[in-house]
Design a protein around this ligand. Structure first.
Ligand SMILES: Nc1ncnc2c1ncn2[C@@H]1O[C@H](COP(=O)(O)OP(=O)(O)OP(=O)(O)O)[C@@H](O)[C@H]1O
Ligand SMILES: [Mg+2]
Length: 307
């Protein structure tokens, strides 16, 4: 099937994110459709990665199920993942929706990206080299690039409406969440650390190091009066995480990866200014990116990806 750059569902209000098209069903439910768009440096590329939306959706669904099993009472936003069971009025759109869409509870999204790092790399490494501090957390001296941290750290960043996310301390992040912000963020932090440790432990048994990842949480007045955040959006995908092959891991240098880093590295070879529009991607870069996403899916779930 052809790649899906943009979904189209008639008669429903839509908000398009960088990757997902989010339709409001008007009854406290959202239809989230993961397209095959890929973004890098916060710019959407004009060339889609075939099957990417299906891979992301099905990998996220795998992790949501995994957390349901591992954490009794765990709450996420999923209502329905089988397109056949979506409301009747969506059935005529089954073709574009199949395998890449979920019906979820509409929440108030916490305006903070809940980032957790088990290894020091990326922007964390840059901040560490400059100041020894990442999102307000002071780290020990002498860490090497990509080294495992003594323990995973919670490094929140603001969800900038436009432009790049900014790392902030826990205290700064809490001020973005209203009167009871510190308590709500505390719960989101504890969940972030628990989910990461559990998932990273499992991923290791599948030969993958989860160097870092990002979760999003939302609240709903019907869930503990809006005081307890639930997991929303996507979970532990190659878009939201750094996945390294454990067999090749060695601190002190860059790692090979099953995520977007390959695309970022390719883009760094161009003289593109990292502002829209993004450059068209050559077929080889598309194929290699797709292969990495597929590899992450198949290693982590232990199943063949069935498009
Ligand atoms: N259960 C939910 N309730 C409300 N919003 C949600 C829910 N799950 C996901 N979202 C939102 O849907 C959007 C998903 O789209 P996508 O991942 O493409 O966005 P993005 O480009 O990463 O971020 P942005 O929305 O800031 O552009 C995100 O804004 C996310 O916060
Ligand atoms: Mg997103």
């Amino acid at each position: 099937m052809a790649a899906l750059l943009e979904s189209h569902i008639p008669n429903l209000p839509v908000r398009r994110g960088k990757v997902r098209d989010v339709y409001d069903l008007g009854d406290d439910r959202l239809l989230i459709v993961a397209s095959d768009r890929i973004s890098a440096f916060d710019v959407i590329m004009p060339t889609p990665i075939p099957d990417k939306g299906r891979i992301l959706t099905q990998l996220s669904n795998f992790w949501f199920r995994f957390f349901q099993k591992e954490f009794p009472g765990f709450r996420d936003h999923l209502i329905e993942t089988e397109v056949e069971k979506f409301p009747a009025r969506l059935q005529s759109e089954r073709q574009q929706l199949a395998g890449r869409s979920v019906l979820v509870e509409k929440t108030s999204v916490l305006p903070i990206e809940c980032v957790v790092r088990g290894y020091i790399t990326g922007s964390g490494w840059k901040d560490y080299k400059a100041s020894g501090i990442v999102s307000g957390v002071k780290l020990p001296a002498g860490l090497k690039q990509c080294q495992q941290l003594p323990e995973p750290i919670f490094t929140p960043s603001t969800k900038a409406a436009a432009g790049h996310d900014e790392p902030v301390s826990f205290e700064q992040a809490a001020t973005h969440l209203g009167p009871n912000g510190a308590a709500i963020l505390g719960k989101a932090r504890d969940l972030t650390l628990a989910l990461y440790s559990c998932a990273a432990g499992y991923a290791k048994t599948r030969g993958i190091i989860v160097a870092d990842t990002k979760f999003e949480f939302g609240t709903h007045p019907d869930i503990d009066g809006g005081q307890t955040p639930i997991l929303i959006d996507e979970a532990l995908t190659p878009d939201s995480s750094r996945f390294w092959p454990a067999a090749d891991y060695q601190p002190g240098r860059d790692q090979s990866s099953f995520d977007k880093q390959y695309l970022r590295n390719y883009l760094e070879t161009l003289s593109w200014g990292k502002t829209p529009p993004g450059p068209a991607l050559p077929a080889e870069v598309v194929a290699n990116t797709r292969a990495r996403y597929l590899e992450a899916y198949e290693r982590l779930t232990g199943e063949r990806f069935d498009a």
